[in-house]
Ligand binder design. Structure first.
Ligand code: GLA
Length: 685
């Protein structure tokens, strides 16, 4: 290597170097502190036969001329077989920038890396500038390739799903070839999370992760070569065709993030959680208020009286924010109309919406509202006025999904409408919580009157979404924003830095939800995880569970209630109030603490341990059958804890233990018919 740069994080380092000919940047080492001090685990010996050196090397960012056979990150037209030469580099603080220039096309690429000293996530993005005289098109413009040594095969862990079944973890082994996940929906999607964990097939301690901060269409592809290197390409996909890069223009790729942990997929989750806490910035330490959401109680049957009846009970239970979901605005008796006309329905709120909000506030509750501002129903005043505002291709039918169209947010007039509508609602009413939904992906890729080659619909939509979210957070800093997309259809690192909480799934049934939350926590942090206690029985696993089970489960992140509490008995309400009161003093530990999963939803032991500054809370569930209820000999479930002082004593559930016992043997729990979940504080004595 002629030059090398090392980025140093909290426990990891990432070293890249420039080969003698300066034709590309390549990875030298990525792992724990000190990993770069020795022969590179991703360097190769021997000759590249029947291919080019760039196809074999651990290239960081490869145009098609550098990696013609193995698969490039960047394809530019008309400049095919693009190659470039090193120009310049600057490394200051936690930021490294390495510039390459192609003298033929004039394309300049600035490869950016950032690794903060208190983080273990390296952020990478590329700025592509057309310094030439001729227009260019980006046929492929990934964010980068992450190289991982996998001498015995690659073990890949990912999260897949569908509506009501998001974040299902799966593992596959890749010997040769390609494994790819992604979305062509113009949105992150329910099908796959932009998250991949890579391990060597035989040694599953060391774990590398790749994730993407992008809310449009995307791809993460892992390719393992004959010499045992797995290269993970991550980035946008140009679903609308090549992206125009006229002379003088700069295109910035989304951030692809790489994480390392020596502690398996769960250790990697802790690295991602810490990173998402950083992304939250100073909004992290705000109290995550207990919400009530009326969706599952009233669906579209919203009336002032009905909502106030719910709000009164919610206030008695200790709820802090009351959120009215879908159905509050004009023309919305069901999901066939109304989207786009964001005016409270006077028939549903006969004394005025202001008065209604005032009454909710008078109960001591904050007030929140559901919106789906990027959408319009054909049956709405907005669509009548602006049929040209929806995505459409001339001469082709427009596809409705859930009876609605998607607005072309990339149009400046649509962006202004969406921003001013939301800004107006927040100014007019006493609102502190906004649930922003998105219930359909994009179908028709077109905008009337604009030639296809000038459009980057995906990029324009996402950029406008980010601008609006950022403006609302700036101008209404007291408002909590919940991100939702028919459940968990829009959860990614870019949203994690722009919303306060996300709705992981519309499935709120106890055992189904336990699985979803367990998968979610592999990639995302609890402070972002909204969860409600509801009456739902289950789509996939309807085995009944207690109210306690539901409360402990919803307490695993940001607690909410979504049941029809008008029908809860006095005993159920009293129990609910006790659970809310137990959650409040530990919610900072749950939403900001380090997470250790114990077992999982398909094992007899299933718990999550949260640790914050020496405070420990364990949430535990019995997802399975009982052990014979004393008719046969059995041993209690044991939940081994982490990070305690082995020599110290701790009190948990009425008795004391040594830290060594709790860590090696584990906290004992004996589940019974009436006892299937618990929230346990581990208190130093
Ligand atoms: C989506 C959301 C739900 C609810 C409904 C309202 O499905 O995920 O939580 O808000 O829309 O129509």
């Amino acid at each position: 290597m002629s030059r090398e740069w090392t980025l140093v994080g909290a426990t990891t380092e990432y070293t890249v170097g420039l080969p003698e000919d300066g034709g590309w940047l390549e990875l030298r080492a990525w792992g724990p502190h000190g990993v770069s001090d020795g022969p590179s685990p991703v360097g190769y010996v021997g000759k590249a036969q029947y291919m080019t050196a760039g196809d074999v090397a651990a290239v960081e960012y490869a145009p098609d001329g550098v990696r013609p056979f193995a698969g490039p990150d960047l394809v530019v037209r008309p400049a095919r077989a693009l190659s470039w030469a090193f120009e310049d580099a600057s490394h200051s603080g936690d930021l490294l920038k390495v510039d390459f220039l192609d003298p033929v096309s004039g394309l300049r690429a600035a490869l950016h890396y950032r690794l903060a000293p208190d983080s273990d996530v390296v952020e990478r993005w590329v700025e592509l500038t057309n310094t030439g005289a001729a227009p260019l098109q980006l046929a492929e413009a990934g964010s980068g390739g992450f190289c991982v040594p996998t001498p015995h095969g690659a073990r890949l862990t990912y999260l897949s799903g569908q509506w009501a079944q998001e974040f299902t973890p799966a593992t596959t082994e890749l010997w040769r070839g390609r494994f790819e996940i992604g979305s062509a929906l113009g949105v992150t999607g329910h099908q796959f999370s932009p998250y991949l964990a890579v391990q060597d097939a035989r040694d599953t301690g060391q774990t590398w992760g790749v994730a993407l901060a992008w809310t449009g269409s995307w791809r993460i592809a892992a390719e393992r070569d004959a010499a045992g290197l797995t290269r993970v390409r991550a980035g946008r996909v140009a679903v609308d065709g090549p992206i125009a890069l006229p002379p003088g223009a700069t295109f910035v790729t989304p951030v692809a993030a790489g994480a390392y942990s020596a502690d398996g997929v769960d250790g990697l989750a802790r690295v991602w959680h810490a990173y998402e806490r950083r992304l939250a910035g100073d909004r992290l330490t705000r109290t995550r208020k207990v919400i009530y959401n009326s969706w599952e109680a009233t669906y579209f049957d919203v009336t002032a009286a009905g909502q106030l009846a719910l709000a009164e009970i919610a206030a008695e239970l200790g709820v802090e924010t009351f959120v009215v979901d879908d159905g509050w605005f004009v023309g919305r008796p069901d999901d066939h109309g109304g989207l786009g006309d964001w005016t409270p329905d006077p028939a549903k709120f006969p004394d005025g919406f202001d008065t209604f909000v005032g009454r909710v506030r008078g109960l001591g509750l904050d007030f929140g509202l559901w919106v789906e501002p990027e959408m319009v129903n054909p049956r709405s005043a907005l669509y009548e006025a602006h049929p040209d505002w929806v995505y459409q291709v001339d001469g082709r039918p427009r596809t409705t999904i859930r009876n609605q169209y998607l607005l072309d947010l990339g149009r400046p007039d649509v962006e202004r409408f969406v921003h001013s509508t939301l800004d107006g609602l927040l100014r007019q009413y006493d609102i502190t919580y906004l649930k922003w939904d998105f219930n359909r992906p994009r179908t028709e890729p077109g905008r009337p009157g604009v030639p296809d080659e000038e459009l980057d619909l995906d990029g324009a939509h996402v950029a406008a979404l980010y601008r609006i979210l950022e403006a609302l957070r700036r101008d209404h800093p007291h408002v909590t924003v919940e991100g939702c997309a028919a459940g968990g259809g829009r959860v990614d690192l870019a949203m994690a830095s722009r919303v306060d909480v996300v709705w992981p799934s519309d499935n709120t049934a106890p055992i189904d939800r336990l699985r979803i939350q367990d998968g979610y926590l592999r990639a995302h942090a609890p402070h972002l995880m909204s969860s409600w206690v509801t009456d739902s029985t289950g789509f996939f696993d309807p085995r009944p569970r207690s109210l306690a089970f539901r409360f402990v489960l919803a307490s695993a992140g940001v607690l909410g209630i979504g049941a029809d509490i008008r029908h809860w008995s006095p005993d159920e309400r009293a129990e609910a109030a006790r659970w809310v009161a137990r959650y409040k003093p530990v919610r900072d530990v749950v939403t900001r603490g380090e997470v250790h999963r114990v077992g999982g939803p398909d094992q007899e032991r299933c718990a999550v341990q949260y640790t914050l500054e020496g405070r420990v809370v364990v949430l535990a569930w019995n997802p399975g059958p009982l052990d014979g209820l004393d008719t046969v000999p059995a041993r209690p479930v044991r939940l081994p804890l982490r990070g305690l002082d082995p020599a110290a004593r701790y009190e948990a559930g009425g008795r004391t233990y040594s830290g060594a016992h709790l860590m090696s043997v584990g906290l004992p729990i004996r589940w019974t018919v009436g006892y299937d979940a618990d929230m346990i504080e581990i208190i130093p004595r």
